[in-house]
Design a protein around this ligand. Structure first.
Ligand code: SF4
Ligand code: SF4
Length: 63
């Protein structure tokens, strides 16, 4: 399954992705960057479309 992947070095920690995710799969780690909980993510990519910095891509889930 595909899931969202954050380019953490380019993330500005604005939190838009966390607010957008219908699954509550994104959190902001220590105010630094977003982190995706792959066990919750369903790959809808709403977060990627909402990200103002365009730093969310799709990848194969780590299983
Ligand atoms: S919306 Fe984009 S820039 Fe903002 S916290 Fe999420 S990944 Fe980072
Ligand atoms: S792809 Fe969908 S479910 Fe996964 S983190 Fe982004 S908004 Fe949430």
């Amino acid at each position: 399954m595909k899931v969202a992947s954050i380019q953490t070095d380019a993330c500005v920690a604005c939190g838009v992705c966390a607010k957008t995710c219908p699954r509550g799969a994104v959190t902001i780690f220590k105010g630094c960057h977003a982190v995706v909980d792959e066990s919750r993510c369903v790959g809808c990519m709403l977060c990627a479309r909402a990200c103002p910095a365009s730093v969310i891509t799709k990848k194969e889930a780590n299983t």
